[in-house]
Design a protein around this ligand. Sequence first.
Ligand SMILES: [Zn+2]
Length: 370
Amino acid sequence: MGKDRSGNNMDQNIYLDEKDEIIRVSRELFEIGLLVRTWGNVSCRVDKDHFLITPSGIKYEDLTPEMIVLVNISDLSYEGDYLPSSESRVHAIAYKTRSDAAFIIHTHQVYASCAGTLGHKKIFTYFDDEDIVIPVSAYALPGTERLADSVRHTLKKYGNVNGIIMSNHGTLCLGRDSGEAMFEAEMMETACENFLIDVCKIDMPHGVEVGFNSHLENGVIIYDHKDTPERVRTIPQQIYEKRPDVNYIIHNKSEAAMMVSRRANHMRPLLDDFAQLIGTGVKIPSNEGEIRNNIKKNVNVVFAPNDGAYCLGSNEDDAQAVAVVLDKGCIAYMAVMRNGEGHYLSLFECMKMNRHYRTNYSKLADIDKE
Ligand SMILES: [Zn+2]
């Protein structure tokens, strides 16, 4: 377990090349949008019994070599001042199961994660005109032994694959080196986007389209756009009034959020990060008079009928995280609607994750929440 620096012989320069490689790969994945904020993690095997992994809750742009944590594959013990990623158990099981794996990437990438909410055990798709099959491991709560078991089962069953989707959560991509693991993550994203377009008829960009943002300054609402219409202003006014914990609101008018605000009346979580950051369910009002009733404690999104969603945070960073996770959740929602079926998270699972998130991370500017 954690030891102080003076009490052990851990040399900060040991495995420096591997640590640099983990940081380089993390940043590259961050640049191309496959890793976001602190979500996901990257690891590298250094010998039969150990791997190095990104720490918990540190943004990729802030990583330095001394933050990379050395973890024991058999008992998950670690050295140093930084907590290893909360999904170390999954990495350890993958290294144990696949002796050929030397580099592992776990992401919450958009299209693969969405394809993993449809309830399929395998995704049949293609990449560069070649047919491929991506296995989907059964759902279990993040950080649990059950999740690690499910990943092991899938990796064993499909012995030759370099990538699997973890149902309702994200991906696990592995390789003999960082290049192979990175290729797998990128390939899976394109292949899953192909799948969503061809099978679910969902061709949607991922991102945040800003509408009318606002924030509080000394109790006064400041609108980013001076010409925010009076009719629109009533929505943030009601939110700030009913939710004293909210100081920043991002109005997300992305294609997916707009579509859900037009067509749905209730969203249940299809992805772990939705349950954690947004809440256990969000109603979509059918008229503006209903908005007030949908402003609820611990639900960080308020939909406007036919006009996207207001994403709430205690600061800009939190609101931005909610906006990004909402957009992905909306793409998943539309994919499930078009597919005709999907695997939703149970209320129990959602409540457990949501409570864990709020008690453990609400005081932090950011989190590692896989
Ligand atoms: Zn995760």
